[in-house]
Write a new protein. Structure first.
Length: 270
């Protein structure tokens, strides 16, 4: 059973792929869910919802957005590798705007959708922990590493607690062999967010967002205090994924490194 731990939760990036999935689920966590994105939503606010559009790069708009909420689930921003300027605006300027608004409005807890691409340049033959040094695999991964540092600063200085959730691959099912390791079901993502919102003491924490997959490169032992227990597993899709994909080329960087195809995207000249 999901615990209704907050009065009003803000979810940014609510019109995106994961935002749409979490929209219905997160209503169980609060009395009022404030949904935000940069662009218009399909359809109106439903019962228990309110919609506020805001560009994360606009500090004043973000300040208005955060007023009156008691927790933030931050999915907003650019969610794939690409040219630097959009990432700079949405992910780098945007996260500073968000935490500054959280500080000024007294918000005490944030769940930050970080990414496995913060550590994408570790090899698929390595297992890393939540305290392994970042090795970002592009501008996107760099921006998420920066976001994690901003969150840490706002915890150390102002006591705002954050879970930096390094999401693996959250899709209806694993699309390829890499995702047999990185897959996170939508229901497990909701379980993870709920754990981050409800654990008594969160502090500043990093946790990898993955389901209970047999093959894994990430060890969440250092995040046991969050109390996340995944219920789903990529393993039920294993045979089907092997049947429709060819054997990996071990010379391909996308196969060598945990970040997969992201490690060889670009360059994106400014
Ligand atoms: C991410 O961070 C992306 O947002 C998502 O689209 C996937 O590509 C995922 O990483 C992944 O690594 O599979």
């Amino acid at each position: 059973m999901t615990i209704k731990s907050h009065e009003r939760i803000l979810m940014t990036g609510a019109a995106g792929n994961l935002g749409k999935q979490m929209r219905t689920r997160l209503k169980a966590n609060c009395s009022q869910l404030r949904l935000s994105d940069r662009l218009a939503f399909d359809g109106d606010a439903q019962a228990g919802e309110e919609i506020m559009l805001a560009d994360l790069a606009d500090a004043q708009a973000v300040m208005r957005l955060v007023e009156g909420v008691d927790a933030i689930v931050h999915f907003g921003g650019v969610s794939v590798e690409g040219p630097f300027n959009p990432i700079l605006n949405a992910n780098i300027i945007g996260i500073v705007n968000l935490y500054e608004a959280a500080r000024q409005h007294g918000v005490k807890r944030v769940v930050f959708a970080s990414s496995n691409h913060v550590t994408g340049f570790y090899r698929q033959s390595e297992t890393i922990g939540v305290d392994s040094a970042p090795r970002p695999d592009g501008f996107y991964g760099l921006s998420k590493a920066f976001g994690e540092d901003v969150a840490r600063f706002y915890f150390d200085r102002y006591g705002i607690e954050t879970a930096c959730v390094r999401i693996g691959s959250s899709f209806p099912e694993p699309k390829d062999r890499r995702m047999l390791a990185t897959w996170l079901s939508f229901d497990d993502l909701h379980r993870l967010i709920t754990a981050c919102l409800t654990t008594p003491v969160l502090g500043w924490s990093v946790i990898y967002g993955m389901s209970n997959n047999a093959v894994t490169w990430w060890d969440n032992t250092g995040a046991r205090h969050i109390g996340y227990v995944p219920q789903d597993s990529a393993d039920v899709f294993r045979d089907a994924v092997y049947a429709r994909t060819t054997a990996p080329d071990l010379g391909d960087p996308a196969v060598q490194f945990q970040g997969g195809g992201f490690v060889k995207m670009g360059p994106f000249p400014g």
